[in-house]
Design a protein around this ligand. Structure first.
Ligand SMILES: [Zn+2]
Length: 335
């Protein structure tokens, strides 16, 4: 197949035809001139399943390169999805930050950039921004909804949780909440982001479309349970949108939680990290969540970090060491 440039302002081209019925396993061709390949490119996989008219849904994994539920669930879906059961179009990008996924790092090793802070992107920017620009202009523009599968990566761990945001448009909020309920993760967090600018979430939500994200576990690996939640959640949300003609698999009932801005607990001291409770614990305001020790001052009491409110422990810092400024825990409050 030949590569054709869709737009002179994007250096990225593709062998995919977004308007064609059937199954296509193609790629984005991203120019990447380097020492070992002067006229080289990166070929970033994209699969499309299209069957007539209907909703158009984008599924993404690997927005961060050390989160595995998304890529694994989406590769499994690519290998088993029957296009005859699709109504409309399902576009699957299993590794959105392709260089980061290849290196197993949260950020791209090529430009150090975070894909989830790079939107709406820049056609003349570094590779992460070029990809974001292409996705923003050529893919988001043609889809009705996006499911973006995240987990905690190497440094964080989460209860298996779908993530949505409070949206000013009540109709968009209701559609988003219904999609998150269909996803059926054990928890759904209505998250107040600390830093929403540049996120894929924000790009899609600002277009008035439905966006459901997740935080499914973490630790830079996956578990049978988090993979199951991802696979069943993607399947059932596609059924909910009408893009897949199948019976729902039924993940289960979702508990909705919200995070007021004071529910983020930030370390102000670096050191050795003791997490003093378990993910999923119900805690009371003032309960000790974590301690930070200074290995060079053995006799000095550890810094204690306490629950800022009553809530459920939905996130913990996972690494054994912590830096000043790291988020050490987040509490969710049942809605
Ligand atoms: Zn992530």
């Amino acid at each position: 197949m030949t590569s054709t440039s869709l737009d002179l302002r994007s250096k990225i081209s593709t062998n995919l035809d977004y308007t064609r019925d059937g199954v296509q396993h193609g790629h984005l061709t991203i120019p990447h001139s380097r020492n070992d390949s002067p006229w080289g490119s990166m070929l970033m996989p994209v699969s499309i399943f299209k069957n007539g008219e209907g909703p158009s849904i984008l599924l993404t994994g690997g927005n961060h390169g050390d989160e595995y539920e998304g890529p694994i669930a989406l590769l499994k879906l690519i290998q088993k999805l029957d296009v005859a059961k699709v109504q409309g179009q399902i576009i699957i990008i299993p590794a959105l930050n392709y260089p980061a996924v290849k290196s197993g790092t949260r950020l791209s090793p090529l430009d150090g950039a975070n894909m989830n802070r790079a939107f709406p992107g820049d056609p003349d920017g570094s590779i992460t921004f070029m990809i974001a620009d292409y996705v923003q202009r050529f893919i988001l523009s043609r889809v009705d909804a996006v499911i973006d599968i995240h987990a905690g990566g190497k440094i964080m761990n989460f209860l298996p949780t779908a993530v949505i945001h409070n949206l000013p448009d009540p109709d968009q909020m209701a559609r988003t909440k219904a999609a998150a309920e269909a996803f059926g993760a054990p928890n759904c967090l209505i998250l107040e982001e600390l830093d929403a600018r540049g996120m894929l979430d924000t790009a899609v939500e600002e277009m008035g479309k439905v966006f459901v994200s997740t935080e499914l576990g973490g630790g830079g690996t996956s578990t049978p349970e988090t993979i199951r939640v991802a696979e069943q959640g993607i399947h059932d949300t596609l059924v909910h949108f009408g893009a897949l003609q199948a019976a729902p698999l039924g993940n289960g009932k979702t508990r909705f939680l919200e995070t007021p801005s004071n529910a983020f607990v930030i370390a102000d001291k670096a050191g050795m990290f003791e997490f003093a409770c378990n993910l999923g614990d119900t805690v009371k305001e003032g309960d000790v969540l974590a301690r930070v020790f200074d290995i060079d001052r053995p006799a000095e009491a550890a810094a204690e970090y306490r629950a800022p409110c009553d809530g459920i422990v939905i996130h913990r810092h996972l690494a054994g060491l912590i830096n000043r400024g790291d988020c050490l825990s987040v509490l969710g409050i049942p809605v």
